[in-house]
Design a protein around this ligand. Structure first.
Ligand SMILES: [Zn+2]
Length: 619
């Protein structure tokens, strides 16, 4: 705006200069006659003609001066009437106003004082500052944290943003989840090599090993045949967690799902089938040749050293999640105080993997409830194995109902970082919010969105506990869900409520005369009204109801409300559209544009030189 003022001032100077020549000089006196012999003096000469300059202000859009300006005519006022007639003009000049590229402050005062305008303007400045910081970031990340919101598609992010905002007393739409404040973002194409709409096994393998693969397989390339153990030979990939381990960094895996579930398993296991969580899940002929996923977790150190002979690694340092049943023998004697089933363990080979882990890491701490978790002193602990549930951990809103108590995702994230950052070589940590996916599969947006809000809290905990100068944080999803935000609800309308239009206080009615909710699902188990029920999985105990239901007297914001679905399926499905990637720290600027999902690994590798540093150790 200052610039514009200067341009206008320059224009005024030009006019002032033109005006200086405006009035004509009088003609010179005539010369006296030469002295005659006593002759009379000669008569004085007459005045000369008056010269005139006239200026005319030109409007914007003038033929000569497109942006307006001044036309300056000069000539002699022959008839002495004080103005220049067209016939008296002997010269014309134009002083055009410069092209207007910005507006004056007064012109845009109402715009610039607008909150949307100034906030976005600040965002541009931040982006510029960030871009200036980026020169050469290769290898600058000492720590890498990969956050995965399982099933957290764009519509889930938007709805969770609104829900979190409304929980804070805002209208909601203007809210930002923690990871939406990270300076860089892009898109990830999530399809598997053999599937348009993917699953978590193929997608997490892509993100953590840099190679897209088939649906349902863990840590192996597309040459594998799902369910065929021998076919994994030669297809085993090296993951970011393994590279970090080889490079001497601390390593951690945290999830609210079973720790043997597809997403966390992709960090440490190689399996022809994601369902081989323990030996009892495998066909006998396959179990004879391949190791189940739980066993691979406990044998991670041994297996990695066998794969790269001569290297000495210290194993995973922090493992926290659910899935205790895959680590315990199928024997009631091994039940923990937190058991939900009559016999908690599933293993049919008699092995107690928690005992094997304790034998391997005598200084480590095995914990299974909130009290054990709280007792961990991060400064004095280098190895933690936390299995907080028989199966998946609770939904965040159902966590209070856990039998022995269990930590939240943000608590686990903060403690994991506190332990991992004791290593001066840095750490690699992956954190999964596994139950966003499960809430959606059950068709219960309340659970899915509240777990997304907790996931955002976990990211904030990591931002608070690390330094963006040496820590790359990437936040993304493995895939989306068929979850929509629909209708024309007014601003600030409860995101889990019925659609209420602008200017109205009563729900809009569809063509069938019934109200409808803003969020919903294309397929799944459909409508249920379980009131205050906070365990979304209870929905599966009720019949599938698809199509429309009269919601007039139903509280759609209650935890136990399950949204309507169109296509009846025993479980709502994933969706195939792209998901977001959000990033901060060294290398984060590479997160831009639309990318194959496997690209995420390569950003982490560039930022932390994972391959290069691991190679040094292997040689
Ligand atoms: Zn899923």
């Amino acid at each position: 705006m200052d610039k514009t003022m200067k341009k206008l001032t320059l224009l005024s100077v030009a006019i002032a200069v033109a005006l200086a020549g405006c009035s004509g000089d009088d003609g010179k006196d005539g010369t006296n006659g030469s002295a005659g012999a006593n002759g009379a003096n000669g008569a004085n000469g007459s005045n000369g003609l008056t010269s005139l300059i006239m200026q005319t202000q030109l409007p914007i859009g003038d033929d000569v001066c497109r942006n307006g300006g001044v036309k300056i005519d000069s000539g002699l006022d022959s008839d002495g009437n004080g103005v220049l007639a067209a016939s008296e003009v002997t010269g014309t000049e134009h002083v055009c106003a410069p092209t207007i590229t910005s507006l004056t402050a007064s012109d845009v005062a109402t715009t610039t004082s607008n909150q949307w305008y100034s906030e976005s303007e600040d965002r541009v400045l931040q982006a510029k500052a960030m871009a200036a910081k980026i020169a050469k970031e290769s290898g600058k990340a000492k720590n890498v944290i990969l956050f995965v919101g399982d099933g957290m598609g764009i519509s889930t992010v938007t709805a969770a943003r609104i829900l979190e905002g409304q929980n804070k007393g805002m209208m909601g739409e203007e809210n930002q989840l923690s990871f939406e404040k990270l300076p860089f973002s892009g898109f990830s194409k999530t399809y598997n090599v053999d599937a348009q709409t993917p699953d978590s096994a193929g997608t997490m393998t892509a993100m953590i090993a840099g190679v897209k693969t088939d649906m349902g397989v863990i840590g192996v390339a597309e040459g594998v045949t799902r369910g065929n153990c021998i076919s994994t030979k030669g297809q085993e990939l090296v993951t970011a967690a393994e590279l970090a381990e080889l490079a001497g960094k601390s390593t951690g895996i945290v999830s609210t799902a079973r720790i043997t579930h597809a997403t966390p398993a992709s960090a440490y296991a190689k399996s022809a089938d994601r369902d081989w969580e323990d030996v009892s899940d495998m066909p006998a002929n396959e179990a004879a040749n391949c190791e189940d996923i739980a066993s691979q977790l406990v044998n991670f150190e041994k297996n990695l050293e066998a794969r790269f002979p001569g290297v000495d690694v210290d194993g995973l340092d922090v493992v926290m999640g659910g899935g205790r049943r895959h680590f315990l023998p199928k024997d009631i004697a091994f039940n923990s105080t937190d058991a939900m089933s009559t016999v908690e363990g599933d293993r049919t080979d008699g092995r107690d993997l928690t005992a094997e882990w304790k034998a391997q890491y005598p200084a480590g701490q095995y914990v299974m409830d909130q009290a054990g978790f709280n007792a961990i002193n991060p400064a004095a602990t280098s190895k933690v194995f936390g299995l907080f549930n028989e199966s998946h951990m609770q939904y965040e809103t159902d966590r209070k109902n856990d039998i022995a108590g269990e930590p939240s995702l943000s608590e686990m994230t903060a403690k994991a970082i506190d332990i991992l950052d004791n290593n001066e070589k840095g750490f690699f940590l992956t954190v999964e919010a596994g139950r966003i996916d499960h809430g959606h599969h059950a068709g219960n947006a309340y659970a899915a969105l509240n777990d997304t809000v907790e996931f955002a809290k976990a990211v904030q905990a990591a931002v608070d506990a690390t330094d963006s100068d040496d820590t790359l944080i990437i936040v993304t999803a493995d895939h989306s869900h068929v979850f929509t935000i629909a209708g024309y609800p007014k601003r600030g309308n409860p995101i889990l409520g019925k659609v209420v239009g602008i200017g109205s206080d009563t729900p809009s009615l569809a063509d069938d005369g019934m109200p409808y909710t803003t969020v919903g699902y294309t397929n799944g188990i459909g409508y249920k009204n379980l009131g205050s029920q906070t365990d979304a999985d209870q929905g599966y105990n009720h019949p599938i109801v698809t199509g429309r239901v009269d919601l007039t007297d139903v509280d759609t914001q209650a935890p136990g409300f399950f949204q309507e679905a169109l296509v009846p399926l025993s479980s709502e499905t994933h969706a195939g559209e792209d998901v977001g990637i959000y990033a901060s720290g060294p290398g984060a600027h590479l997160v831009t544009g639309t990318n194959e999902q496997s690209y995420i690994f390569h950003v982490m590798d560039y930022a932390a030189d994972l391959v290069k540093n691991a190679e040094k150790a292997v040689k």
